[in-house]
Structures are given as structure tokens and as C-alpha cells.
Write a protein that binds this ligand. Structure first.
Ligand code: SF4
Length: 325
């Protein structure tokens, strides 16, 4: 069963599992995830820290080993790709990180960092690459005159713009953005999200936008996947997820999103806030029944023994809760 649109997918992930550690008691970081992304579509992946969303992004990039399942990009299985094919794949699928500073070489000018990625993928000559880097600087709202400066000479928001320019340098079709704005001030977050939206429209980019904050993904995404303990527990459009969430975990995440009418107060003090009991259970231990039942405020006997299937509750909205209706 899948929560995904399938036809004409750019990316199709099927029953993907990524396990780490001991064979007898592995950490089930990603545990049977299926979804797809269409060309030009923006899909948000949300959940608490440690739910497996970053590992899922890294598995799609083939940066971690997959236990089982399948990842197709443009109709082709990425598992058997050799080094040369993998390089071509990574030209089409780029990643943006939470901390672009960590992914930039402190001793290389930012202009050279952008040109370097084009050189790795054998794009154009030196003059062509420099011209393209200038155009990209311009496209992300930076003065191309700053290209010879070093990463430490830029603010966090500017460095994220440089990270975006570098990802765009090789003309990708899909960008996996891993918490790209969570380290930034709110006003800068909005600027970066607006930039990403504009670039998406202009270049028909698809995004897998990984974040812990529903408020961020609702701003940029066409569809939202909610992840808990390595599994997708709900998916739907931002409108459905935000106005009619059917899974108690989504409802708890949503209750922590600030209400613009009430201000940030509701994030900490609002009477509607759902406080989840306990910690996220260990991903090494298989829990009988619904994986969310130890923390679920409405768990019933059935939840402790029967695993809820991810099923379509209403057109386009899927939920893994026995009582989603
Ligand atoms: Fe809660 Fe039960 Fe639904 Fe799981 S199946 S989310 S425990 S009500």
C-alpha cells in the first residue's frame, strides 16, 4: 500500500528500509516507506528529531546502504548504479544542508566552490563556469561581486543562498533540502523559502523538503508526509494536514505550530497544545501494535496488538491510525 501518487513520477520510493547496527537488534531508521514525487512537485517530510527523515534523504542520495526496498529515479532503479552512473545521478539529485558552512570549504572562495561542482560534473570551460556562477549568484539574490569572498564573510542566510546556488549549478531536477532554514532567524527563513519557491517555478524543480516544523513545510510544499519512528503515519495536502489531521501524532505536531492570531504564546502556553507522554520508543525494539501507542492520548486495546495500515481516509489523504475516521 502506498501514500503516493505514482504515474509519471520523478522519484518513486517503494517499501524502503534502512537498518543500522546489530543484525539481531538493528536500529530501524527507515522502516517500510513508500512515496513518490512528481516533476516540479514539492513534498515535505516532517517529524521529530530521530524519526528517520534525514536518513531517508541520505538513502535517496545513496549515501547510506539500503536494507531492502527500491528507489527509482526517472523510471530507473538507482541501486545497481556504478560509480560513473552514480555521479550522473547525483547531478540530477542535489542536496541542501541545514548548515551550509559545514559543507563549504573554509579556504575556498564561494565562487570557486560553485565552479568546482560544475568542474566535477565536467560542465563547460573555465570562463563558462565563472559566468554561470555569476548568474547563479544573481539568481539567489547575491551580488556577484562577492564571489571571491570566503564562507566566513557571509551571514547564515547568505551562506544558505550560496548553498542553493551551488546545488543549482549542475541543473538538478530534484533537490533534497535537509532542514535548510531551521538554523535561521524567522525573517530570513521566509526570504529563503520565497527564494526556493521562485526558483522552483522558474526551473520546474522538485523538492523533498525535510523539516521538523509543520509551519515551514506548509509554506512551501504541495504535499506533506508525516514520519514517526521510521514510518509514514499520515500524508496529504497542506490544507488537509493542517485543517483536518487524522493521526494523533500529526495533531500533536500541529498543536505546537504557533497560531498567527495568538502569536508565539500558543507554542508554549496554548490550552490546545497536545503534550505527548514519554519519549520516542527505541527504534531497535519492535513494539506490538501501533508504534505510536505508548504515547498516544487516545490509544485503545486494539492499538496495543494490531498494527494500523496506512490507508486512504479521503481522496489523497492517508493515515495509519485505526480511528482516523
Ligand atoms: Fe493512537 Fe491507536 Fe491511532 Fe495508533 S492506532 S495513533 S495508538 S489511536
Amino acid at each position: 500500500m502506498s501514500a503516493a501518487k505514482q504515474n509519471g513520477s520523478l522519484l518513486k520510493v517503494e517499501d524502503l528500509r534502512v537498518y543500522f547496527g546489530k543484525r539481531r537488534a538493528p536500529v530501524r531508521a527507515v522502516d517500510g516507506v513508500s512515496f513518490s514525487i512528481q516533476p516540479g512537485e514539492s513534498v515535505g517530510l516532517v517529524g521529530e528529531s530521530g524519526c528517520g527523515k534525514t536518513t531517508l534523504g541520505r538513502a535517496i542520495m545513496r549515501l547510506v546502504d539500503v536494507h531492502s526496498g527500491r528507489i527509482d529515479f526517472a523510471g530507473k532503479d538507482v541501486a545497481p548504479l556504478n560509480n560513473r552512473e552514480l555521479q550522473a545521478y547525483r547531478k540530477r539529485v542535489q542536496m541542501i544542508f541545514q548548515d551550509p558552512y559545514g559543507s563549504l570549504n573554509a579556504r575556498m572562495s564561494v565562487g570557486n566552490a560553485i565552479q568546482e561542482v560544475m568542474q566535477v560534473h565536467r560542465m563547460g570551460g573555465r570562463a563558462e563556469r565563472r559566468k554561470r556562477a555569476q548568474d547563479l549568484f544573481h539568481a539567489v539574490g547575491l551580488d556577484p561581486g562577492y564571489m571571491d569572498r570566503y564562507p566566513h564573510e557571509f551571514s547564515g542566510g547568505q551562506r544558505q543562498r550560496i548553498g542553493i546556488a551551488r546545488a543549482l549549478a549542475v541543473d538538478p531536477q530534484l533537490i533534497i533540502a535537509d532542514e535548510p532554514v531551521s538554523a535561521l532567524d524567522v525573517s530570513v527563513q521566509v526570504q529563503i523559502l520565497n527564494l526556493m519557491k521562485d526558483l522552483q517555478r522558474e526551473m520546474n524543480l522538485a523538492y523533498l523538503f525535510v523539516a521538523h516544523d509543520l509551519a515551514v513545510v506548509r509554506y512551501i510544499c504541495d504535499r506533506i508526509l508525516v514520519m514517526y519512528l521510521g514510518k509514514i503515519v499520515e500524508s496529504g495536502t497542506p490544507d488537509e494536514i493542517l485543517t483536518r489531521p487524522t493521526h494523533p501524532y500529526t495533531q500533536a505536531l500541529l498543536s505546537a505550530v504557533p497560531d498567527v492570531d495568538k502569536g508565539l504564546k500558543s507554542r508554549t502556553q496554548g490550552s490546545d497544545r497536545i503534550i505527548l507522554k514519554g519519549d520516542v520508543p527505541s527504534p531497535t525494539r519492535l513494539i506490538p501494535g501501533c508504534p505510536f501507542h505508548p504515547r498516544c492520548p487516545i490509544a485503545k486495546d486494539r492499538c496495543r496488538s494490531e498494527v494500523p495500515e496506512l490507508r486512504e481516509i479521503r481522496s489523497g489523504q492517508w493515515s495509519a491510525c485505526h480511528f482516523a475516521e
